[in-house]
Design a protein around this ligand. Sequence first.
Ligand code: MN
Ligand code: MN
Length: 311
Amino acid sequence: MEKELIFGHRNPDTDAIGTAIAYSYFQNQHGYNTEAVALGEANDETSFALKKFGFEAPRVVNTVANEVKAIMLVDHNEPQQSVEDRDQVKVTHVIDHHRISNFATIDPLFYRAEPVGCTSTVLWEMFKEQNMEIPANIAGIMLSAIISDTLLLKSPTTTDIDKEAVEDLAKIAGVDYKEYGLELLKAGTNIATKSVEELIDLDAKSFELGSKTARIAQVNVVDVPEALERKDAFLAAMEKDAKANGYDLFMLVITNVLDSDSEVLFIGDDESKSVFAKAFGKELVDSEAHLPGVVSRKKQIVPPLTRAFEA
Ligand code: MN
Ligand code: MN
């Protein structure tokens, strides 16, 4: 079998990296020759999970056509979130749990997407459907991905299937998922040692919303006021990044992972600001808004913004 690379989105999170590792195991059991790689360094939370279950961080790649002819994607499909030379290779498989946008291929492919909390939940179903055994370390990294994406099953993206998967994977991995889950989420909230430039890029994604290019970044914290001490610096860094990369608007979502609320910092033109107000029923005050109960970019932020921009 000719080698294929498997990877998640840019600025990878625990799902992008963890599910790539687990899916590579799954596919190699089926006779494929795959390697899990990443489109960026593992963040603190992901590094904590990798270490806990005995994995090295996957090799970081910026291009793929120089080494393979075909690839498999996890946890994303939108081209601006993927590898820059994707149009030069064949996408043979996708497993995902996001909206499908601007995705087209020349050849037929395996594509599986479900509106569940995490890509690892989809993969867990695939293991179960085929009665395949899941090794303890693979179960551990899949469990970590689901805990991360669902904020320990509290995000509104969480489904009954995610809960079932978490129970099952925790048993196989031999961990108490509530205890481990809190440790994992907290491992990703250390912002004090990072610059505002790093923080606005760690978990940032670009989206086409109507005719606008939006950058939406998310930072998980346990102390929102601590993060807001640097509000002016965040706004300045967002302005600079938007100008440099042609983003029409930049939204930073600061999420309290314990309370499941978010504070938003927003920069953009007047039209974008009024669209924000329409989308969330709330005016920005001094470039800031409180969004109680909002934790999910894919479910609670991108869809209302998309509808408001396209209205
Ligand atoms: Mn992800
Ligand atoms: Mn995900």
